[in-house]
Design a protein around this ligand. Structure first.
Ligand code: C5P
Length: 256
């Protein structure tokens, strides 16, 4: 069994407006306390397409580390440019699709390294931004996904994780069901970031997620970062809303 590590919680700010995203981030800020799992914010396609890089800078000004989840997949030269722009806008973590192949992945690593140095490296930015590759989306399941060609998602995810490690990235986005095996094969330092987190309440919806897991199980499986969106952002107000939900997820992560 992998040792449970210092897993971090990444809240997916899937909103159309910066006001909604920043209001939630401000409400959650007091949960970022010593002894608690580190709290990050995620800017994904919905928010970034609507609001652009300024929202990343605003979240950084609030003191959060930011995962810019734009899942680049294009020819190597275009991904190189996109990664450079992402590093320059202050992302602490960014990602590409592993399905883009080795040349694209290596171009992304080179671009991340170059842009980090051009921005002043550690003195200016702190740690080098982490670069992840998406293996198999947690909304996909074996039977319904032509891209898997009938193979189990876990097998394809492991194969893509191996290639991602070989290309020099820091880790992969995978479901909690794949994290333990990926850690075993790629090594404990190779990071796993896991969306599709759900708490097992009777009314907890999986939404469009299929390969889901509880926070405590994902941490126990070795996931280093748990990405949680709707269970926090759409938590019902009569049950304490987003803050109560995030607190409960943090509690379960520590249990894990
Ligand atoms: O609302 P929910 O908790 O399902 O949100 C999960 C978040 O993680 C979304 O922002 C989604 O874009 C992101 N994500 C994912 N699957 C991946 C990579 C990212 O669900 N493979």
């Amino acid at each position: 069994m992998p040792t449970p590590r210092n897993a971090k919680l990444v809240v997916a700010l899937d909103f159309q407006t910066a006001d909604e995203a920043l209001a939630l981030a401000r409400n959650l800020a007091p949960l970022a306390a010593p002894g608690q799992p580190e709290l990050w914010m995620k800017v994904g396609l919905e928010l970034f397409v609507a609001q652009g890089p300024e929202v990343v800078r605003e979240l950084k000004r609030l003191g959060f580390k930011v995962f810019l989840d734009l899942k680049f997949l294009d020819i190597p030269n275009t991904v190189r440019g996109a990664v450079r722009s992402a590093v320059k806008c202050g992302a602490d973590m960014l990602n590409i699709h592993a399905a883009g192949g080795m040349d694209m992945a290596r171009a992304a690593v080179a671009a991340r390294d170059e842009a980090y140095l051009e921005c002043g490296g550690e003195a200016a930015l702190g740690a080098k931004p982490l670069l992840f590759a998406v293996t198999v989306l947690t909304s996909m399941q074996d039977a319904d996904t032509p891209i898997l060609q009938g193979r189990p998602a876990a097998e394809v995810a492991l194969e893509l994780a191996r290639a991602t490690r070989e290309a020099g990235l820091d880790g992969v986005v995978c479901s909690g069901h794949e994290a333990a095996r990926i850690k075993q094969v790629c090594g404990p330092e190779f990071l796993c970031l896991t969306p599709g987190i759900r708490v097992p309440e009777p009314d907890a919806l999986a939404d469009d997620q299929r390969r889901v897991m509880t926070p405590e199980a994902a941490v126990a499986a070795g996931s280093d970062y748990l990405v949680v969106g709707r269970p926090i952002t759409r938590a019902p107000q009569d049950k304490g809303g987003p803050v109560a939900s995030a607190r409960e997820i943090l509690r379960r992560m520590v249990q894990g």
